[in-house]
Design a protein around this ligand. Structure first.
Ligand code: DQA
Length: 146
């Protein structure tokens, strides 16, 4: 199967961005790790990061063409973007919401997500391991390689 990992605004700065909260691992390292694990399980995973809401909306719309499962860290758009939520609802591709930090343990404006009620599940608070756990869950659901 084909998986898509989507990364929202400022995640291109991972590695140097508030490392006390988000850790020292770069996005390139996360993407390579996810792609390698998906491949080892007989699947394929591609990644896309953007700081622009419209680019993420368009990537979700394009995912109708062959993507079976989405892992998404909407970053700050988690708490603001009805448009990205609506795009995921429109394509009806199952997705897992991922966060490095635990937004519920942070500022009140991070306690609301426009995605969680549509998601298969939410993984947050485990740093880069959040992505791994989310991928494991996705692979579990996808079953044997196809
Ligand atoms: C984040 C949490 C969001 O609140 C924040 O805006 C981010 C990253 C996380 O992965 O912990 O940019 O999604």
């Amino acid at each position: 199967a084909k998986l898509l990992a989507l990364h929202g605004p400022n995640l291109n700065l991972l590695g140097t961005r508030e490392p006390g909260i988000y850790g020292a691992t770069t996005l390139a390292e996360i993407e390579a790790d996810l792609a390698g694990r998906a491949e080892a399980a007989g699947h394929r995973l591609e990644s896309f990061q953007s700081n622009a809401e419209h680019a993420l909306v368009e990537r979700v719309q394009a995912a109708r063409d062959g993507i079976d499962f989405i892992l998404i860290n909407p970053a700050a758009f988690t708490h603001t973007s009805v448009a990205l939520r609506d795009a995921l609802a429109a394509v009806a591709i199952p997705f897992i919401e991922v966060h490095l930090s635990n937004p519920h343990a942070r500022e009140p404006f991070r306690h609301t997500s426009y995605f969680s009620d549509l998601a298969v599940g939410v993984v947050c608070g485990f740093g880069v391991d959040s992505y791994r756990y989310a991928l494991d869950a996705a692979l579990q659901r996808l079953g044997a390689a196809a």
